[in-house]
Design a protein around this ligand. Sequence first.
Ligand code: CA
Length: 224
Amino acid sequence: MRILLVEDNLSLAGAIRSILAGAGYAVDTVHDGVSAEALARAEPFDLVILDLGLPEMDGLSVLRALRDRRDDAAVLILTARATPEDKVRGLDLGADDYLVKPFDVAELEARVRSLLRRRAGIRAATVSVGEVTLDLASRRFLAEGRPLDLPAREKALLELLFMRQGQVVPKEAIQRALTPLDDALSDNAIEQYASRLRRRLAGHGLSLRTARGIGYYLEAAEEA
Ligand code: CA
């Protein structure tokens, strides 16, 4: 899942980025409103975490610009502005959620999970394919009830495929979801993650299939 973090406080931006990157999200960070608007215009994001007090163009103007051109990224406002008027203005302009600084890290992570789940149109607590289940609250995979431990990138790939179950996920979308812009992933690397995942999933009642020239999708197998 791909996140744009807009925060002008550099140390806070670095801290949030490392928390979210550690949780397996691809995070791009910008420090002013004009850059945020330009990057969001150029690249699709699943979620924008948006500070309001920003140099050059404030957060509410960034939000207005996003919604004016029908960008449907989820937006979480993260700000020190805590009056009801501020919250109402942000939500009315099209933000999906509002979190006031200082915030609790666990709460930020929970809201990010919830927004991404909602955006994927998933309201259930778990998604299952074959014998494998993704618990959306803990973001853990279980295979026949037992934890399925995966290296970070393979886990991020499988999570993306689960969130878009029933669809072919194009390679470009995988590339964008797995790594930030400054760390591009080759087609070869994606193929390697996919083939390792395929081996790990063997015997668990699902297959990772290739849509030749397009991308990948998950399918429940006939026989586990
Ligand atoms: Ca600020």
